[in-house]
Ligand binder design. Structure first.
Ligand code: GDD
Ligand code: MN
Length: 400
């Protein structure tokens, strides 16, 4: 059976959920400009309609340069079979039937893995995502966006007829996401959207690890996405079939947030920062000894100030070369380095003030033993120092 024969079903990739940097082509096949995935589960009554509408719209813009990928999870209503029977009429259509794996997000990724396009997309198959919006999204990508996403929360967007409870749940989920993953959820107005296009480049080689429904969060969290464009749309009422959302999807969403949070936390960097911090303590001690006792006999306070500054310089150099080395090389030049050093110095100084304040608070107000209190204060200040330095001194700038 060849890939052109009507009964051809796409094999399900047996690999991990990694997006290939380049389209994997069978002999004679060409790369396409666009691959749009339609995940389906029991959409027998919608599938012909949506395929026809999408084809009509895309033919006006990129005839012969796109494909539609229906990824069905062995629907009891045989959506996959209906889709398969449409292939002779729509040669740009390809169908995958998954018999073991389940779930919306992994279906989308399996589709992208076999996709031949340079731009990857996803749309619900139940016509709740208006097909007309697709061209607006496509044009945003043509303008240079890495990600173009449809949003219900822009001026031109909305939900047609949602109950109060569903609105509250949806906004609550977004709020929870903002607390747990601000740097991901905060980048778009509608992080729950399942209607978006993304450049393959932005996901090339990335291994996805999603859970449940919200694939956009995964793309924003793990992809290399700089330019984001949003397009408003109104989420339509479902005419046929029913939504698969149950309480399970909400629980999976929370699990997904936590999983992403843990994997995006810069654990390794933080450990390096800690090691450098320790080296600083050692430097501080040695310099203090040399100045105060060893060679110079300087007074204690003066010795300590110099010792602390030497330790700060020591820490800065190691952090600049090692802890944040990958970022420093992107901000080249002596001036940039001096800027980073001055910021680092300032942050360490505020850290010191914070340290003293915390020590006093814990010891005087809470009556905690002073050494234990000092240890706790140092721990907290290390977090502070790390985080603020990451955000200010070695900030990854969007343009480099
Ligand atoms: N392959 C596969 N496997 N497809 C699935 C599965 C699954 O387990 N579950 C759902 N789908 C398909 C549906 O057939 C439909 O095409 C699409 O995924 C969305 O599922 P719905 O059940 O219709 O979801 P919804 O309308 O309640 O929820 C939607 O909420 C968001 C609102 O912003 C999500 O689907 C988002 O895509 C949407 O944007
Ligand atoms: Mn739906």
């Amino acid at each position: 059976m060849t890939s052109n024969s009507p009964n051809f079903l796409l094999p399900v990739p047996a690999t991990s959920l990694q997006i290939p940097p380049q389209a994997i082509l069978q002999n004679g096949e060409q790369t396409l400009r666009f691959s749009l995935v339609l995940p389906t589960y029991n959409e027998a009554n919608n599938i012909s309609d949506i395929i026809s509408k999408l084809s009509e719209i895309l033919d006006t813009e990129i005839l012969g340069e796109y494909e539609l990928l229906v990824i069905d999870d062995n629907s009891p209503d045989r959506t996959w079979e209906i889709a398969q029977n449409l292939i002779p009429k729509y040669p740009q259509l390809r169908v995958m039937r998954r018999e073991t794996e389940r779930g919306l997000s992994t279906a989308v990724i399996r589709g992208w893995q076999v996709a031949r396009g340079d731009v990857l997309g996803v749309i619900d198959a139940d016509l709740q995502h208006p097909p007309e919006t697709l061209l607006k999204l496509w044009r945003e990508i043509q303008r240079g966006a890495d990600l173009a996403t449809a949003s219900r929360h822009l001026d031109s967007g909305g939900v047609s007829d949602w109950s109060m409870i569903r609105r509250v749940l949806s906004r609550g989920a977004q709020l929870l996401g903002l607390v747990l993953l601000p740097e991901v959820i905060g980048r778009v107005s509608d992080p729950m959207s399942g209607y978006f296009l993304v450049r393959r480049n932005a996901l090339a080689g990335v291994t996805m690890n999603p859970l449940g429904y919200k694939i956009l969060i995964e793309v924003l969290g793990r992809g290399n996405i700089r330019w984001i464009s949003e397009v408003g749309y109104v989420f339509q009422e479902r005419q046929e079939g029913e939504s698969k959302v149950t309480a399970k999807q909400y629980i999976e969403y929370i699990q997904h947030l936590i999983r992403l949070r843990l994997s995006l936390w810069p654990v390794e960097r933080f450990l390096r920062f800690g090691v450098v911090g320790f080296s600083g303590v050692f430097v501080d001690m040695v310099v203090l000894y040399l100045l105060h006792d060893g060679i110079f006999n300087l007074p204690l306070t003066r010795s300590k100030i110099i010792a602390a500054e030497v330790a700060i310089i020591n820490n800065f150099l190691w952090n600049d070369i090692w802890t944040f080395g990958d970022i420093s090389t992107r901000q080249r030049g002596q001036r940039q380095r001096i800027k980073r050093f001055l910021k680092f110095n300032l942050i360490c100084l505020t850290g010191l003030i914070l340290n003293v304040a915390l020590l006093n608070l814990l010891y005087n107000l809470l009556g905690i033993n002073e050494y234990l209190a000092n240890l706790m204060a140092i721990g907290l200040v290390t977090f502070w120092n790390f985080w603020i330095n990451l955000k200010l001194s070695w900030r990854v700038t969007e343009i480099d």
